[in-house]
Ligand binder design. Structure first.
Ligand SMILES: [Zn+2]
Length: 191
């Protein structure tokens, strides 16, 4: 089911969440529209709309638990879990040192469950890749990876990545970036 892009686009533009230019991310991806990571989920109306659209993609996947590896993803995961039918549980990992850790009381929500991985953005893909490893060690079945915007990965660790806004605001490899072709000055994004 195609997301309702016009509504989402309007919300993002009114909230000054997107900005046009020529952007380079730390992962090396380029884009001509920057989706602002800090503002993306700051408005609950926009966050709920993004969560609803992600939940729609996975309506028939029998998701038991929506899991996220970051505090930024946690707000989105709540909405996705809320809109799934039946509602899914939400499991947040916390970063302890450089390790993703799952609280012991949360482990049963993941063990042998069908799990949808969600994050606010997927940039290098390293965090989601590590999180995938953690949930696979708990014998969870990953049903998908979903994010509002990614650097353009089709899959991570063999699991498809659904990037809601990439059709509106695509990511490019530097090698085939239209703004690079035009020689437009680059703004380096700190993430
Ligand atoms: Zn470029």
């Amino acid at each position: 089911m195609a997301p309702d892009y016009s509504t989402i686009q309007g919300m993002l533009e009114r909230g000054n969440i997107v900005r046009n230019g020529h952007f380079a991310f730390r992962s090396g991806a380029h884009a001509t529209t920057l989706v602002d990571r800090d503002l993306l989920l700051a408005d609950p109306g926009t966050a709920s709309r993004l969560g609803y659209q992600i939940s729609k993609i996975f309506f028939t996947d029998q998701v038991d638990t929506v899991a996220t590896p970051s505090i930024w993803g946690a707000g989105l995961a709540q909405w996705v879990g809320y809109f799934l039918e039946p509602r899914a549980n939400v499991a947040d990992a916390t970063l302890v040192g450089s390790e993703l850790s799952i609280a012991s009381k949360v482990v049963p929500l993941l063990q042998d469950k069908r799990v949808l991985l969600v994050d606010n953005m997927v940039l290098s893909g390293k965090t989601i890749g590590r999180f995938l490893h953690v949930i696979r060690e708990l014998n969870a079945v990953p049903v998908g990876i979903a994010t509002p915007w990614s650097a353009g990965q089709d899959e991570i660790g063999g699991i498809p990545v659904s990037s809601l806004l990439n059709e509106l605001y695509p990511a490019h490899d530097a090698a085939d970036c239209p703004a690079c072709d035009q020689g437009l000055p680059i703004e380096h994004v700190p993430y």
